[in-house]
Design a protein around this ligand. Structure first.
Ligand code: FAD
Length: 392
């Protein structure tokens, strides 16, 4: 039973299907009945088409293998001692092998109820609606009121924060123009707790991103850790307050609530602590994969990043190790690989692959190829191409 149908969970389904082991019966469980590519969340949050820009892949249409079924249920708890999964409708299920692929949750902040986010389709659409509403509501307000109401603050200057800032540049400008608001009034600010945005990424990427954001008048507040949010206002650790009518959270993730309350070893900031073969310590028939995994590579001393390529690499290892466990063969180890970086900021494309720097057309081409290659690993080719065309 595979819990969660993101890149990680779907990856395990597809790699297990390819292994073609006749004894396998695969059950995929997710609380929603469609897969959505994370890149699609940006367009849902910022496109003028709103929910029409949703590009779902329905789980029921992905598998043409009678040994694979999809079940729509919300998981509430896992009992690792019995390989038992509990659902919110009161039902339970015991599987021979469990794969946990539940992703992560946003870190919480004081005043989380005021925050917007783009972690799910529902949250991205809520942000989209809100942006449209505030422009309609305050288009005739005083300059002072408009300055206050058209202030967008992004909490977190990682890749998600920077990319959403990039997407907002043109949408905010368009909203201003269509509502006859002076386009110089709205502001977009990034609040980053470290001394630089994108602090995990290579210097070349950081510099190019910083330059592009500043060229587009995005205000970058480094060394500015936001600790609480209230209506129209952000507060940082130093006690300073910032005007912000639309606070968008992109400030990091934590382990899923379900994992925290199940009896498994969890790093609260990362996820399930796993052995080299991605099984859980003391539970060789339970595996973890994707963003819900805290996978440390003792050889490279690297932690697996929360990105699609790592989720797919792990999915391949987990599928292989389930088959090996059934066949009583030695499992293989997961190795954290070097990571390519693709960043899209407004109209500028930046990428860093195999130590080489790319911008413009080539960077854009590589990014499009990377998105399609990953979608094709988890979806039938027609579905992958259809989604890819909608999100690039
Ligand atoms: C806006 C955004 C943009 C991103 N862009 C990129 C990018 O360009 N490149 C890149 O490499 N990475 C990107 N990422 C990161 C990337 O999305 C993740 O690393 C990757 O999707 C992890 O996949 P996953 O399957 O582990 O988790 P998820 O995709 O989070 O999947 C978890 C699944 O579990 C299901 N689930 C959760 N709780 C329950 C429950 N209680 N019951 C049942 N089902 C449940 C969810 O519905 C979901 O389908 C982005 C992330 C975001 C938020």
């Amino acid at each position: 039973m595979i819990l969660g149908g993101g890149f990680a969970g779907l990856g395990v389904v597809q790699f297990l299907t390819k292994a073609n082991h006749s004894d396998l019966e695969i059950v995929l469980v997710d609380k929603k009945d469609f897969f959505i590519a994370p890149q699609n969340l940006y367009s849902l949050a910022t496109s003028f088409k709103g929910s029409k820009s949703l590009a779902p892949a329905w789980y029921g249409k992905i598998f043409n293998n009678p040994n694979t079924v999809f079940v729509k249920k919300k998981i509430t708890r896992i009992d690792p001692k019995e390989n038992r999964v509990f659902f919110d409708d009161g039902s339970e299920y015991v599987a021979e092998y469990l794969v946990i692929a539940l992703g992560s949750q946003n870190n919480s902040l004081n005043g989380s109820e005021f925050l917007f986010s783009i972690k799910s389709a529902g949250e991205a659409l809520r942000l989209n609606r809100h942006l449209n509403e505030i422009f309609a509501k305050y288009k005739a307000a005083s300059l002072e009121k408009q300055r206050q109401e058209f202030s967008v603050g992004i909490i977190g200057g990682g890749a998600t924060g920077v990319e959403i800032a990039g997407k907002l540049i043109s949408v905010i400008k368009k909203l201003a123009v269509t509502n006859h608001v002076n386009p110089r009034i709205p502001t977009i600010s990034i609040y980053e707790s470290k001394s630089e945005i994108l602090n995990h990424l290579p210097g070349y990427v950081r510099k190019a991103a910083d330059e592009e954001l500043k060229n587009n008048k995005i205000i970058i507040n480094n060394n500015c850790e936001i600790i609480s949010v209230r209506k129209g206002m952000l507060e940082n650790k130093g006690g300073a307050f910032f005007n912000c009518a639309t606070p968008i959270f992109a400030g990091g993730v934590r382990a899923h609530d379900i994992l925290m309350k199940s009896d498994m070893a969890v790093n609260p900031k990362g996820g399930l602590i796993v052995e080299n073969d991605l099984s859980l310590k003391n539970y060789p028939k339970i595996f973890a994969v994707g963003d819900c995994t805290y996978a440390y590579d003792p050889e490279s001393h690297k932690l697996a990043p929360d990105v699609i390529s790592a989720a797919l690499d792990q999915a391949e290892i987990v599928a292989e190790n389930i088959v090996r466990r059934i066949q009583r063969r030695t499992p293989i180890s997961y190795i954290v690989k070097r990571r390519d970086v693709f960043l899209s900021i407004g109209k500028r494309q930046i990428s860093y692959m195999n130590g080489k720097k790319y911008q413009g057309f080539l960077a854009s081409l590589y990014r499009k190829y990377y998105i399609l290659k990953n979608l094709a690993k988890i979806l039938p080719s027609g579905t992958a191409i259809g989604i890819w065309r909608k999100i690039i």
